[in-house]
Design a protein around this ligand. Structure first.
Ligand code: BV8
Ligand code: ZN
Length: 247
């Protein structure tokens, strides 16, 4: 199933990174951004996932995030998420770097998770910075307003044109540069600067492996491309690891 090169690299790896995108959560029923059922299909990113769009039309942007928050109440982590949580127990150093805002890695039990694009379960007031969980947000019929200063409340996610959270970004770059193996899983690798991480890892000496149901713009720079669903391939990798670790 897997090349002897990959299995031997896995056996001797000390530091491993899993960099994930929307494809990681596709098997949980969360629509991806650019696939045929992709959510960007119905909307244009700049129309919804940008601060300008939010200020111009907070009700429409909240409509979209309300829909996605609602959806996430009914989805579960899939075997791919659980396999990554397993890997954290197997490798001396294991880091998840995700572009996803669905919180599914943490719900599957992963401990070290850097969320480069924020988390849809968190919100904050653009006026005074007051934080709100989804449950604490005042009624969602229109764009919710802050109880403290009546400023607009927004989802704590990174929109286009916005900077990524500095600590998470710096920690992710450091993890990519010290990785022995770097997995790029379920991402079309078109959104920057996140998409630069697999190449940075490769230049720093990591063995880079792509897991995707189809080739991407990154594929030609990868050491290996495993074509298949992350929910299938990741648990199989964990099986190989467990058997190879048995003395
Ligand atoms: C910034 C949060 C700068 C919101 C998101 C440099 C070069 C080019 C462009 C730029 C650049 N620097 C900045 C830009 C602009 C922009 C950008 O990259 N645009 C792109 C579109 C060209 N970047 C930014 O604006 C970033 N900010 O750089 O600020 C700056 C500098 C100075 C001062 C101020 C600012 C911020 C980007 C963050 C945007 N926020 N999300 C929300 O989600 O609501 S992006 C959004 O796209 C999600 O986070 C998503 O994760 C991400 C990437 O998409 P993918 O995860 O890859 O998902 P996609 O659907 O595309 O692909 C799914 C893949 O899975 C497919 O390949 C599919 O085949 C595969 N798949 C499907 N099923 C499975 C599977 N694989 C395995 N198994 C399966 N079952
Ligand atoms: Zn406020």
């Amino acid at each position: 199933m897997f090349s002897s090169r990959l299995t031997s690299k896995l056996k001797e790896a000390a530091s491993v990174v899993a960099f994930t995108g929307a494809g990681m959560s596709a098997e949980s029923g969360v629509p991806t951004f650019r696939g045929e059922d992709g959510i960007w299909k119905k909307f244009k990113p700049e129309e919804l996932a940008s601060f300008d769009a939010f200020i111009r039309n907070p009700e429409v942007v909240w409509e979209w995030y309300k829909y996605r928050k609602q959806l996430l109440l009914s989805v579960q982590p899939n075997p791919g998420h659980f396999a990554l949580a397993e890997m954290e127990k197997i490798f001396p150093q294991f880091t998840v770097i995700t572009q996803n805002i669905d919180n599914l890695h943490r719900r599957a039990g992963s401990g070290t998770v850097y969320e480069l694009h924020g988390n849809i379960e968190r919100n904050y007031c653009i006026g005074c910075g007051m934080k709100y969980s989804n449950e604490e947000i005042p009624s969602l019929d229109r764009a919710p307003r802050c109880a403290q200063c009546s400023g607009l409340i927004r989802p704590d996610v990174v929109w286009f044109g916005e900077l990524l959270p500095v600590e998470e970004w710096n920690a992710s770059v450091a993890a990519a540069e010290r990785a022995d193996i770097f997995f790029s899983i379920g991402t079309s690798a078109v959104v920057y600067p996140a998409a630069s991480l697999p190449v940075s890892a490769k230049h720093a000496g990591a063995y880079v492996v792509e897991i995707n149901i189809e080739p991407t713009e990154l594929s030609h720079q990868m050491d290996e491309v495993l074509l298949g669903k992350s929910g299938d391939l990741l648990p199989r990798l964990v099986d190989v690891l467990k058997h190879s670790l048995v003395r």
